[in-house]
Design a protein around this ligand. Structure first.
Ligand SMILES: Nc1ncnc2c1ncn2[C@@H]1O[C@H](COP(=O)(O)OP(=O)(O)O)[C@@H](O)[C@H]1O
Ligand SMILES: [Mg+2]
Length: 464
């Protein structure tokens, strides 16, 4: 870490005021101006003596070494000692080194950040030159707008992904999770959703991905859309502190755009890796695990981050959040999946069996739910979707029976209809990233069903 990040950090007013007082009155608080010093050093953290009274959880401190100033975050405060997780592990650190308080970490996004890829500290990593901070510098740890002051979520929008627009349509300001095991299609679906044209800005947090995947995601899949996108990246080889900060930095950038009145799409891939990073940091600080190895702070940080998305106050824009959740061994009840599901206004479930059949995106239409679908559907659409779900259900529950020849056509009108229409529906829902986003998924579906019907009638006439 070098000195160049100083402008990102709030000037320490309290500290300089204290130092001023100390100078005037010869107060012992004078030592604050010099900061504290390193008392103990462990694998994931170090402790600082002499600053406890002046530090808050989440504050940043700077540790001075001969190589410069290294940032760390305060993760625990005791009367005599403060525990600090360094942002970059491996920095040279020695007992007695000076540590100074820096206050909250801030980022100052501007429109010029669009098209850029930055790290969790707001520094460019795309080789395209400096990223300049604007005047609107916000702490990356903050609270959501008061819920009563927020606008209501009620304006539907099209994502361009047919399976979602038909079965789980979304509203601006909604919070949606995409749940799946690894390699099933989460990142690909997110990149398709990032192209929805309802948004003025897109902010993407890529957490814990391999470097190669990040490049692929940004260069191949985002393409032209990168012009209105800011990507915040913390790859798997970076410190847990940076992986933990990336979604917070991204959300802060999204809030800046929202407060300019814009509709922002916030994407985090994956929130599970964010949770794992919080766990790593918390464990290093000595927090005890409570659920499957996860400490309590994981379950408070997740809602805190997601609450920040949603509609803004009157006159401001919205933040629609779409996050991916890695479900461990396809177990949809692991603690992270469980606790996030409760905070979200909808979830998309990706099924490995659909992916294996080549039915991409592998969205399960029966288990994917948007809690705000009613606001996005018309009455007719709602009726149609309910009918389609019944047909899919009939089709799937009789799959084995039909395979062994246990069903004769004509004995169940509903099932006959399902056998005819569901395969057409499945075909319509297929979409790859190279397909253009669909303007009207219902029209596509109606068109396909009508074409199949006409072909069927023509065949019947030919046979007659
Ligand atoms: N919509 C899609 N169309 C075609 N292939 C897809 C689609 N979604 C996923 N895939 C295939 O599945 C692979 C894994 O997808 P990915 O999005 O990286 O999964 P995850 O993020 O869940 O690990 C991709 O490399 C691609 O081959
Ligand atoms: Mg992925």
């Amino acid at each position: 870490m070098s000195e160049q990040f100083h402008p990102q950090i709030e000037p320490n007013r309290k500290l300089s005021a204290l130092a001023g007082l100390a100078a005037r009155y010869g107060d012992p608080a004078h030592s604050v101006a010099q900061g504290g010093h390193v008392r103990t050093i462990a694998a994931g953290h170090y402790t600082v003596a002499g600053l406890s009274k002046h530090l808050h959880l989440g504050d940043f401190v700077g540790h001075r070494s001969p190589r410069g100033l290294h940032l760390g975050e305060v993760v625990r405060v005791e009367p005599e000692l403060a525990y600090v997780c360094p942002i970059e592990p491996g920095e040279p650190i020695a007992i007695g080194d000076t540590v100074i308080r820096k206050g909250a970490f801030r980022v100052g996004a501007t429109d010029s950040w669009c098209g850029r890829t930055i790290n969790a500290l707001g520094e460019p990593i795309d080789g395209l030159g400096p990223v300049l901070a604007g005047a609107d510098r916000r702490p990356i740890v903050t609270t959501a707008p008061p819920s009563m002051g927020r606008r209501r979520v009620e304006q539907g929008f099209r994502t361009g992904v047919k399976a979602i627009d038909i079965f789980a349509p979304l509203c601006l300001g909604q919070r949606l999770g995409i749940f799946a095991g690894s390699g099933v299609g989460k990142s690909t679906l997110l990149s398709m959703l990032a192209r929805a044209d309802a948004f003025d800005k897109v902010v993407i947090a890529l957490v814990g991905e391999r470097g190669r995947e990040v490049r692929e995601f940004i260069e191949d899949t985002l393409g032209d859309n990168m012009a209105k996108t800011v990507a915040v990246v913390a790859t798997s080889d970076e410190s847990p502190m940076l992986r933990k900060m990336a979604p917070l930095t991204a959300m802060t950038i999204a809030e800046h755009f929202r407060d300019q009145g814009e509709n922002v799409l916030f994407i985090a891939d994956s929130i599970t890796r964010f949770a794992l990073a919080i766990r790593e940091v918390a464990t290093a600080a000595g927090e005890a695990p409570i659920a499957r190895g996860f400490p309590a702070s994981v379950f408070t940080e997740l809602p805190k981050l997601l609450e920040r998305a949603g509609p803004g106050e009157e006159g401001k824009g919205t933040i629609t959040a779409i996050i991916s959740i890695l479900v461990d061994g396809d177990n949809h009840n692991d603690p992270i999946a469980d606790s996030t599901r409760g905070i979200l206004d909808g979830h998309i479930v990706l099924d490995r069996t659909l992916a294996d059949e080549g039915r991409y995106p592998p969205i399960n239409p029966l288990s994917s739910i948007s809690r705000l679908a009613r606001k996005a559907w018309s009455a007719d659409q709602e009726k149609l979707v309910s009918r389609l779900k019944t047909l899919i259900h009939r089709f799937e529950e009789t799959r084995d029976l039909r395979l062994i020849g246990g069903y004769r056509a004509g004995s169940d009108a509903d099932l006959d209809m399902a056998i005819k229409q569901v395969p057409i529906l499945y075909e319509v829902l297929k979409q790859t990233p190279s397909d253009r986003p669909t303007a009207d998924a219902y029209a596509d579906l109606a068109h396909a069903l009508k074409a199949a019907n006409n072909a069927g009638n023509a065949n019947a006439r030919a046979r007659a």
